[in-house]
Ligand binder design. Sequence first.
Ligand code: GYE
Length: 344
Amino acid sequence: MKMGKWCLVLLLLLLSGCSSANTGQRQIPLRTAAPALSGQLLDEDGPAAAKRIVLGFSQLGSESTWREANTASIQEASAEAGITLILRNAEQDQQKQFDAIRSFIDSEVDIIAIAPVVQTGWEAILEEIKLAGIPVIILDRSVNVQDSSLYVTFIGSDFYEEGVKAAKYMIDKMRHDSGVITIAELQGTEGSTPSIDRGRGFRKMIEDKQNFRITQSKPAGFTKSGGREVMREFLQQPEEEWPQVLYAHNDDMAIGAVEAIEEAGLKAGSDIIIISVDGTRRAFEQMIEGNINAVVECNPLLGPLLMQAAKEIMSGRTLPKRIVPPEDIFTQELAGMEVENRKY
Ligand code: GYE
């Protein structure tokens, strides 16, 4: 049902676009699959002349449940859309992303999609793609570039807003607690947009609140094992320094941290309030067990949006520069009702 809602949102956004190939301040000479069909959606069922679109996708890694669901969504959606997908996994290495992208240029793919591991360092490679005349879609995490005409659109969540939602939940949850509330933060991959912006949004909400203090904060790579290890370190501090709240930038790290908290003889979800981001089924199960208190949703099922955008670009349409999927926050009270609806 959620995907239906997304597709509708995308459709509305796309309809609000115009029909030229203007992609920003500058024009990118886009390769189109079937110039004669400009302005129409290319469809497998459409005119036989429509060439199959070839999409090269540089996935950043496979660190989390979110990432697995994201990769699967893209694979499934490409098959459904009749788009040939060349997927390369960079295993958290930006250089590997560059290598994959160069291989896509050499193979003369029609479109390149990139899920960037970190947000800086992309100008030169994006210029190379531009020279080759291949349109680019940035997916999931964003890139910091001066010249936004280097990509057509960025499809991905509002991570800053996710941080804001996490903090709002915490402020409300702790409203009856007096005194200083200590917070530990498990950051994601250093230099990645979700880690930077989830941290910024959260901090913004507490900056003028003297009683909320982030006392421990460290990157844990968005992995379950990272979350467990770093939480163990946090709990090696003297007892009076243990946090009352844990804010984990994703579910996998929160679930790892729950193990460390239990090892230390504490009750996750009550001795330490836990808030995380993503909304995986496993996190919902942990909410039902009482270990996690709230989860801010970040939807990985971006495949249908990506395929739709690829088709639109190949038919010469302009896309909005930013496509943001709608997202929610879930608490323990709602987890039982929602768990069966979780698709990832
Ligand atoms: O939250 C995390 C993953 O970039 C939004 O990356 C994504 C994040 C997601 O590893 O679980």
